[in-house]
Design a protein around this ligand. Structure first.
Ligand SMILES: *[C@@H]1O[C@H](CO)[C@@H](O)[C@H](O)[C@H]1NC(C)=O
Length: 185
């Protein structure tokens, strides 16, 4: 009997650990450059690094603040419930733009403070990052913040930090089935 229960518990944990929690909250970012490149784009399909197809844009694109007045750029996800246990975060960044992703930081926090104040899950090191990554975190929190304070160059001009996330999945066990309220931002 205990054996059966253990198997059952293991199966349940395995299944729930695979859940993407992004339907349970809302996304925001530092300004939106183009129509359809809003923060929501990162939590909607397609699951790919493709930026656009004709008029359809599939990734976020923050406003950007050019040098000499650059500002950090960020993308934030807020859970509709108090907090969630986050096992890992999958990121699909815009194809061909590893330089813009370079130096990014990924946090799980309990406040929406910028610069982020919480647990640093990952900080990109030397060399260009892979534009598709799965980052383990294993933290309890209310916000996931992708933060970039490192600029990049476009046609030899330092254009400051920009965030272009094509898809983000925030994975963890699902404790609350639905949001009890809808966040608007
Ligand atoms: C957020 O708050 C919860 C509950 O107090 C705590 O367990 C967790 O460690 C906090 N997370 C972070 C990233 O500080």
């Amino acid at each position: 009997m205990l054996f059966v229960l253990l198997i059952h518990a293991t199966v349940l944990l395995t299944i729930t650990a695979q859940k993407n929690l992004t339907p349970r909250g809302q996304a925001s970012q530092t300004g939106t450059l183009r129509v359809n490149s809003n923060a929501i784009s990162a939590i909607q399909p397609p699951i790919s690094n493709t930026f656009q197809n004709g008029d359809n844009i599939y990734c976020t694109h923050t406003t950007g603040y050019y040098v000499p007045n650059p500002k950090p750029a960020w993308w934030m996800f807020e859970f509709c419930f108090e907090s969630a246990y986050i096992t890992d975060i999958q990121i699909y960044y815009r194809e061909g733009q590893a330089e813009r992703m370079d130096g990014f930081k990924l946090y799980v926090t309990n406040t929406s403070t910028i610069p982020p104040d919480g647990y640093l899950c990952y900080e990109d090191g030397p060399g260009l990052p892979s534009i598709t990554q799965t980052i383990p975190c294993n933290q309890l929190g209310k916000y996931v913040i992708y933060y970039d304070d490192k600029g990049s160059f476009h046609v030899n001009r330092d254009i400051g930090p920009i965030v272009e996330l094509c898809y983000v999945a925030i994975n963890g066990p699902l404790w609350a089935s639905e949001c009890s309220f809808v966040l608007s931002k």
